[in-house]
Each structure stands twice: as structure tokens, then as C-alpha cells.
Design a binder for this molecule. Structure first.
Ligand SMILES: O=C(O)CCC(=O)C(=O)O
Length: 287
């Protein structure tokens, strides 16, 4: 039925150590781990990096690290070469981006095809502005501007929706990507923290999967207690039924998962939400 995922594919999530202040070293570290992933599991077709993997995750640093996105810019050309070298679809995490026309800074995901072309970018739509008493206060909007588009990319295996971290709390992006664009997965480069991670990380991944009967893929940095931001870790893959089929711990590591069209088809056949929606009661987001 679905054929929204054309074949079984292997995906690797690289839970890199929390980024150091040295951008070049962060990029080189990503390269080392991508090389390791392909050597360990040569059939890997899709690789995912974490949110803000080339810079510290800190509102006062985003502008300093921001790049204008062009094929020549440091991180774009670096990641492009890796994607073409290993012939992978690369969800190159996110990086701080500056728009030279407006001088605005964004938290932007970069997606490359197997030839190394930058096929799309996703600017984080929902900025992480929270104030949790005795927990965490963070305000990305001090230095970042929000993106203004929903992103779905076409890969050789089917369509995949993209969000960044806090975007996963808003079910609409996943719903639109799954239902309007027939995506088989949502990928969220992310960096939850030790306050909200334990309560909501798994729940949100599983919810996005079950709502839409798709894979949900979250890639976090490893936890670094010496950095100002303590990432949750636990990069994971949730299958269409909401089972966690791969999960990292808190340290730097690579996890792999096989994504299988049959898992989507079987669940959609046995629980046929697609045929049961009541657009006489509520609007159809796919329209
Ligand atoms: O939603 C959360 O709890 C964490 C979000 C976050 O860390 C982010 O958007 O970077």
C-alpha cells in the first residue's frame, strides 16, 4: 500500500560530543565519525548529525559562528564533500546561518544528496524560548530568527520531513509532511536537555510516529558536563508503531537502524487511520 519508502534502508545517527569552540575541529570530528559509520556498516544510505554540531549551543555564540549558506561556505562545502565521497543522503545536523540580506541569524539544517548537492535547508521554525522554574531558562529568540517554511526533502528512497528539536513539539509539521507530502519519516537534529529530555524526548518521538504511522528520528549531541548546555543524548529511532528500535546512551556513539517499508504497510493495514479520518468534523491538513 504505502510504497512511501521504496526499499529497506539503513540509517546511521551520529551522537557527536557536545561541540567545542573550534568549528574546524567539530567538522573534522563529524567527518571521522561518518567515516567510521560507513566502515562499520557499509550499506548505510542515510546519515544524520545533531543540532548545532559545529558550534557551541549558546545564544551568545550563534552570530559569531554563523555562515552565509553558499556552496563555498565552510560547513556547506565540507559536508557536501562527505556526502558525495560516501554516496549518502546527509542530514548535516544544523548550523547557525546568517542571511546577508537581512542580517538575521537562523538555526538551519542542511540536507545533501548522494552527489553532494545541497538539496534543501530548514530554518528552525519554533524557537526554544522557555522558562521552567527550577529547571531551565533558554531564549533562542534573543539572537535567532524563526524560519518560515515547512521542509520535506525527496530522497532516492522516498520523502522525509525535517524539523529541528523544539519543532517536534508542534505536531503540525510532521502531520503536513506525512500527509501532504507522503513522507515516510521525520528527522529532527536536536539537542534536548537534562530537564525536559527525561520527561518528553521519547514521548514526543513516539507520538509523532504513532500520529502519522511513520519513522521518527532524533539525533542529539552527546552529553558534555563541561559545556554550558547539557544535552540529553539518547539519539533514537521510533518505528511507525512507536517502538524505539535504536537508542544511544549519553556518550559519543553511532547508532544504526533498518527502516523497512513493511513496518509502515503492516501497521497502516492493521490500524487504517488513513481511511478513517473525519474531514467533515475537522480540516484536512493535507489540502
Ligand atoms: O523542547 C525541549 O524541551 C527542548 C528543545 C531544545 O532544546 C531546542 O529546541 O533546542
Amino acid at each position: 500500500m504505502s510504497k512511501i519508502l521504496s526499499q529497506k534502508i539503513k540509517i546511521a545517527l551520529i551522537q557527536l560530543s557536545g561541540s567545542s569552540p573550534n568549528k574546524k575541529a567539530n567538522l573534522e570530528r563529524a567527518a571521522t565519525f561518518i567515516d567510521k559509520a560507513i566502515k562499520e556498516q557499509p550499506e548505510t544510505k542515510v546519515v544524520v548529525l545533531p543540532e548545532c554540531f559545529n558550534s557551541p549551543y549558546s545564544v551568545d555564540k550563534f552570530r559569531e559562528y554563523a555562515e552565509i549558506i553558499t556552496p563555498e561556505s565552510e560547513s556547506v562545502s565540507f559536508l557536501s564533500k562527505l556526502a558525495s565521497k560516501y554516496k549518502i543522503t546527509l542530514f548535516g545536523g544544523s548550523i547557525p546561518e546568517i542571511d546577508p540580506k537581512t542580517d538575521k541569524v537562523y538555526n538551519t539544517a542542511l540536507i545533501f544528496n548522494e552527489s553532494g548537492d545541497l538539496i534543501d535547508t530548514h530554518r528552525k521554525v519554533h524557537l526554544f524560548d522557555v522558562d521552567i522554574p527550577n529547571g531551565i531558562t533558554f531564549k533562542e529568540s534573543i539572537t535567532l530568527s524563526p524560519g518560515s517554511k515547512e521542509t520535506t526533502v525527496t530522497t532516492p528512497f522516498g520523502n522525509i520531513g525535517v524539523g529541528i528539536c523544539y519543532d517536534m513539539r508542534f505536531p503540525e509539521l510532521a502531520m503536513i509532511s506525512a500527509r501532504k507530502h507522503n513522507s515516510f519519516a521525520m528527522i529532527y537534529p536536536s539537542a534536548f536537555n537534562t530537564v525536559t529530555g527525561p520527561v518528553h524526548w521519547h514521548l514526543l518521538a513516539r507520538a509523532r510516529s504513532v500520529d502519522n504511522q511513520i519513522y521518527t528520528i532524533l539525533c542529539s549531541p552527546a552529553r558534555n558536563m563541561e559545556s554550558s548546555y547539557h544535552a540529553y543524548g539518547h539519539s533514537l529511532v521510533s518505528d511507525p508503531k512507536g517502538n524505539i528500535i535504536a537508542e544511544a546512551g549519553i556518550d559519543e556513539e553511532i547508532i544504526y537502524a533498518d527502516l523497512d517499508p513493511k513496518a509502515i504497510d503492516d501497521f497502516r493495514m492493521s490500524v487504517p487511520l488513513y481511511k478513517q479520518r473525519r474531514f467533515d468534523v475537522y480540516p484536512d491538513v493535507s489540502k
